[in-house]
Design a protein around this ligand. Structure first.
Ligand code: BGC
Length: 767
């Protein structure tokens, strides 16, 4: 755990240059707008530890899987989000020496900050180069939310004591690599490169997937009154376009480069338009000042904040953290495009390949349901609906038949593309999360028509998978499910993971209920669907038999469900018994030791309690929580949020607060020593859940919105807005009272701590 980020309500600030922190800060201060993203790399040359990262949504490479023993059913490739054109590059060469923070003689001051209100990255540093020249650098940069194909940089160099020549090279560079690549390949083939006055462009195409990305730049150089004449040199290399400015700089004078960059791709344009669009964006932007463009961008952020901000009074650390989480989520996914999804690292790193995981359905969906228009959450569901055929193919490859679908654990296009067998492959519970998301969406929006339109097909295909995946145990006289991995990835290939067994039967029951609903609500559509999916009437009988006869491992004496068969045979120690030097165990222990231990990576049985809380009484909640939480190391970012919500429900205030800080500040404080790989974007939705469902106690109870707040003792108040069906509500929770206002929408009834509240109609705000 680290503690170098300055606490501030709206900013993420780093005040000192510490090379070991650089990659962490690069992740934290990343910028994005849903269509592209950029790590907080320095503009100029940097030879210290860095992960160069510039990403374009949807542009990926299928890196051929590399394994020792190839097994049937293994995915052909692991998808990788590609490090794309380096568009931020600005080299500064002073009297022949490149400015390189890792090599300077002295750093007099250094400060980087991300202003989340404005979506602006700032840096100021004062350094003396090895050749004795002292410079101050000030840079500002944003990735526009107003025009999501535009990036803008303002980069100023002030000479503190140097008089002499300086060269500034502003460039675009496709000669980039991924840190993570199976065969050390360069994934881009050069297509075009131009470098003329006011016309700089590079275009490259990805190997295999053939995505074209075009990047255009406009530079503007501004000298103060002391500035000398400048000469510019233009260079076009196959993957690179450089505009170099040569000038003399004198003590006290400042030179500023403005860089306007347009980035387009074949995801959104026909081949013939990619170049003209990128150039148009850069040229248009070049007609405005940095501040004018920034104002448009900031306005777009202000609209997002107006809806999504959560205010916490009395706890700066908690306030900063929730804003950071919301900020990163909206930088990653804005919901405009149903081909896109939310990679666990968003645009902040390469790990997890930028692919889609069950995280979206289990964690992110509720955030977008409550903070964005209904179409955004619906787009996330439709993304999976469109992948149904591929999920059926995926199951067929493994030997399943008759339209059974197994959704991938990791995907870009609907195909499975993970790179781990026992862990990822066997996590078939992801199929259940996709069904659960349909339920969650309908429960929240009330939009039952989704079932007839799209939902049923997905649910039936998933149910068919479970039906074939279980087997009848003669010995038990019950159905069992063997050889799976539950959400806790620190156990592989286990039998009867309680969560998976429970989720499977829930899916079957929910699918039967959904079919009955469509049959009675829209019989013609039902008939049509039955034909389409070839659904014999006897199929549900088998489902019911499984529901009635499933085996669930449990221990009556302890009053708990067992994570899997024989869990209690393990040596049952506690996380508190672990020497802190051994943590995180995934970095300190052998895999063998981890698998044998009782330590749990993330909520597993408790994930089931979170999803299905109404199915269990409070005593059962408590016993399971008290048994499993003390054995959970929370080494998955997805873990603390679920535990936080359950702790709030159980009235365990300290635990709930501890878990909140852990989920909310996971990256800011680098709890798991892995933020340098990128931020944990999907778990940031979990942070939001820990506030809204945890401290706010928000639920849907019998088709009504309900709240049962429990404010942490450290907070004076908590307030947020929430969309629910036709209403936009504002909730303010204080120590001794909760106020809920209907900001917009018809009169509605809701439940506050179990009592009915009527809110009058309002049209204060037009949404
Ligand atoms: C977690 C998975 C998760 C993945 C991507 C892993 O560490 O164990 O549950 O899907 O990260 O976030």
């Amino acid at each position: 755990m680290k503690d170098y980020i300055v606490k501030d309500e709206w900013k993420i600030i780093e005040e000192r240059y510490v090379p070991e922190h650089n990659q962490i800060t690069e992740s934290l201060l990343s910028l994005g707008n849903g269509k592209m993203g950029q790590r907080a790399n320095f503009e100029e040359t940097y030879s210290g530890p860095t992960l160069q990262g510039s990403y374009v949504a949807g542009v990926y490479y299928p890196d051929k899987t590399r394994v020792g023993w190839w097994k049937n059913g293994y995915p052909e490739y692991f998808a990788k989000v590609l490090n794309s054109c380096n568009w931020i590059g600005i080299n500064v060469i002073v009297d022949g020496e490149s400015l390189d923070l890792a090599k300077v003689k002295e750093v007099h001051s250094f400060r980087r900050e991300l202003d989340m209100k404005q979506g602006l990255l700032l840096r100021r540093m004062d350094v003396t180069l090895s050749n004795g020249a002292r410079l101050e650098i000030n840079s500002r940069r944003f990735v526009s939310m107003h025009n999501d194909e535009l990036g803008v940089i303002e980069y100023s160099i002030t000479s503190k004591d140097y008089n002499g020549p300086i060269k500034i090279e502003s460039y675009l560079d496709f000669d980039v690599v991924n840190q993570d690549s199976n065969y050390d390949e360069n994934f881009w083939d050069a297509e075009q490169s131009e470098s003329e006055i006011n016309n700089h462009y590079v275009q490259a195409v990805t190997k295999k997937t053939q995505y074209t990305v075009g990047v255009a730049m406009q530079n503007r150089l501004i000298l103060d009154e002391n500035g000398s004449d400048q000469k510019s040199t233009l260079t076009a290399l196959p993957k690179k376009s450089i505009e170099a400015f040569n000038l003399d700089i004198s003590e006290g004078s400042t030179v500023t480069v403005y860089k306007f960059v347009g980035i387009t791709s074949s995801m959104n344009y026909a081949a013939g338009d990619i170049k003209s669009k990128a150039k148009h964006i850069a040229n248009q932007a070049g007609n405005y000042t940095f501040d004018e463009l920034l104002a448009n961008h900031t306005r777009a952020w202000s609209d997002i904040w107006d809806m999504c901000d959560i205010r916490i009074e009395g706890d700066v650390s908690a306030q900063q953290a929730i804003r950071f989480n919301i900020f990163q989520l909206y930088q990653t996914y804005t919901g405009q495009d149903d081909r896109l999804n939310i990679g666990p690292k968003g645009f902040t790193g390469e790990k997890y390949g930028g692919s889609t995981y069950w995280d979206t359905e289990a964690y992110c969906l509720p955030f977008y349901l409550s903070t964005a228009n209904e179409e955004v959450a619906k787009n996330l569901l439709i993304y999976r609906y469109k992948h149904l055929d591929k999920a059926i193919e995926n199951a067929e490859k493994l030997g399943f038949t008759c339209g059974a679908a197994l959704y991938p654990m990791v995907t870009m296009t609907g195909e499975e593309c993970h790179n781990e067998w026992e862990i990822t492959f066997e996590e078939i519970h992801r199929n259940g999360a996709i069904a659960y998301a349909i339920y969650d969406y309908i429960r929240y929006t009330g939009d039952k028509s989704y079932l007839a339109e799209y939902g049923i097909e997905v649910l039936v295909a998933i149910s068919r998978f479970w039906t074939q995946r279980v087997n009848w145990s003669e010995r038990k006289g019950q159905y069992v499910m063997l050889g799976v991995t539950g959400p806790n990835e620190y156990e592989n290939n286990v039998n009867n993971n309680w969560y998976t067994n429970y989720l499977a039967t829930w899916c079957l029951e929910y699918t039967m209920e959904a079919l009955n609903h469509v049959n009675s609500d829209n019989h013609a559509r039902y008939e049509e669907l039955i034909k389409k999916i070839d659904f014999p009437s006897g199929e549900v009988k088998k489902w019911q038999h499984i529901v009635d006869n499933m085996y669930y491992p449990k221990d009556e004496e302890l009053g708990i469900f067992l994570q899997q068969d024989n869990f209690l045979d393990k040596e049952l120690t506690l996380v508190s018994d672990l020497d802190p030097k051994h943590r995180p165990i995934n970095q300190k222990w052998s895999w063998d030791r981890i698998l044998r231990s009782c330590f749990i990576k993330q909520a597993d049985v408790l994930q089931g309690f979170y999803f299905f809380e109404d199915h269990f009484d409070e005593e059962s909640h408590r016993k399971n929580f008290e048994f499993y939480e003390p054995r959970t190391v929370h080494e998955s970012s997805l873990s603390p949020c679920v535990h936080g919500i359950l702790a709030s429900k159980l009235g365990m205030e300290d635990k709930a607060y501890e878990m909140y800080l852990r989920t909310a500040r996971l990256d800011l404080d680098d709890y798991n020593n892995d933020t340098e790989d990128g931020c944990h974007i999907t778990s940031m939705a979990g942070t939001w859940l820990a506030i809204i469902k945890g401290f706010g106690g928000q639920r849907i109870t019998e088709d009504q919105l309900s709240f049962s707040p429990s404010l942490p003792a450290q907070w004076n108040s908590l307030s947020f807005k929430i969309k629910f069906r036709k209403n936009l509500l504002e909730v303010k929770i204080e120590k001794d009272k909760t106020e809920i206002n209907n900001l917009n929408g018809p009169a509605m009834e809701l439940l506050l701590e179990g009592s009915k509240i009527n809110l009058p109609e309002s049209n204060l705000i037009l949404t």
